[in-house]
Design a protein around this ligand. Structure first.
Ligand code: HSE
Length: 318
């Protein structure tokens, strides 16, 4: 059986989840790809942290070249998060002829057109399903079954942390700051949650959706963005009185785009998307309205999308 070696960049929550899922569902992966897939190298400075699983310490490396220059590594999974140095590492891997899978919306959104063309130029795959909507296969749907449509609009709840906070504020009458800590403990929030609560994470994801749906690149910094830090218990109560809830919506059509807290009427399907769940509500000229719903954050849903991409790549290699 063909052996596929993976280099994993980053072994935090998501990296550990990916490692665990690869071990747990090895049978499925082997059957689908006809390959024996193993994470053979891990770039992470923290070699001693208790991750709740045994990882051979010899797998850890501290220099990216140990992975991108290793001819025995065919696929790189980038889960470092943040633009730098992750983006440079992705370029280095693509240049070295490695397929790259990432969940890193910040790095993808920062340079999407170039990253995509760099992969093409090197005749390798660059896949990032997990970067938008965690475990929800929204990018595959846009690029696959929905690709015969002209897209008209997208409305997305694409940040699990803020949706969790707004849900708890709504259901339990809690204040913003009290809920944020819990979201961090549950592993939804970024290491620095500013990007979540200020809407920047949602803007990264919207930038990716705009590129794939409307064929144009809008840098996240060009998307008008407001976070949820100023949403109060009183705002939530006022929304209730109007028969609505407040959601952080990422929305775009072919000309306009924004991220911010908005009233969503209780009769709209997005109003019932709660906690860390995400949903992307798309309108296409042929299909009409489609809503994709699922867990948008957390180690296992994200690992599901990451390894789905890996399997997709290896199936193409057969
Ligand atoms: N911090 C992100 C969220 C993780 O809360 O949705 C998934 O991208």
């Amino acid at each position: 059986m063909k052996k596929i070696n993976i280099g994993l960049l980053g072994m935090g929550n998501i990296g550990t989840g990916t490692y665990v899922l690869l071990e747990k569902n090895k049978d499925i992966i082997q059957e689908a790809t006809g390959c024996q897939v193993e994470i053979t190298k891990i770039l992470d400075r923290d070699t001693t942290r208790d991750r709740g699983i045994y990882v051979d310490p010899k797998k850890f490396v501290s220099d990216i070249d140990d992975i991108v220059l290793d001819e025995d590594v065919q696929v790189v999974i980038e889960l470092l998060g943040g633009v730098s140095p992750a983006k440079d590492f992705i370029y280095a891997a693509l240049h070295s002829g490695k397929h790259v899978v990432t969940a890193n919306k910040a790095a993808v959104a920062a340079d999407m057109p170039r990253l995509v063309s760099e992969a093409k130029a090197n005749n390798v795959k660059f896949m990032f399903e997990a970067s938008v909507g965690g475990g929800i296969p929204v990018l595959s749907a846009i690029n696959g079954p929905l690709q015969a449509n002209h897209f008209e609009e997208v409305l997305g709840i694409v940040n699990g942390t803020t949706n969790y906070i707004l849900t708890k504020m709504t259901d339990e009458g809690l204040e913003y700051a009290d809920v944020l800590k819990k979201a961090q403990e549950l592993g939804f929030a970024e290491a620095d949650p500013t990007g979540d609560v200020e809407g920047l994470d949602a803007a990264n994801k919207l930038s990716i959706l705009i590129y794939l749906m409307f064929g144009k690149y809008v840098a996240p910094s060009d998307i008008p963005t407001t976070g949820i830090t100023k949403v109060t218990k009183e705002d939530i109560k006022a929304a209730k009185e109007k028969g609505a809830v407040i959601k952080l919506l990422a929305k775009a059509d072919k000309d306009t785009y924004s991220v911010g807290p908005e009233l969503v009427s209780l009769d709209h399907p997005l109003s019932s998307v709660n906690n860390e769940f995400n949903a992307i509500y798309l309108t296409g000229d042929a299909v009409g309205q489609v809503m994709l719903y699922g867990k948008g954050a957390g180690p296992m849903p994200t690992a599901s999308a990451v390894l789905g991409d890996v399997i997709q790549i290896l199936k193409g290699e057969k």
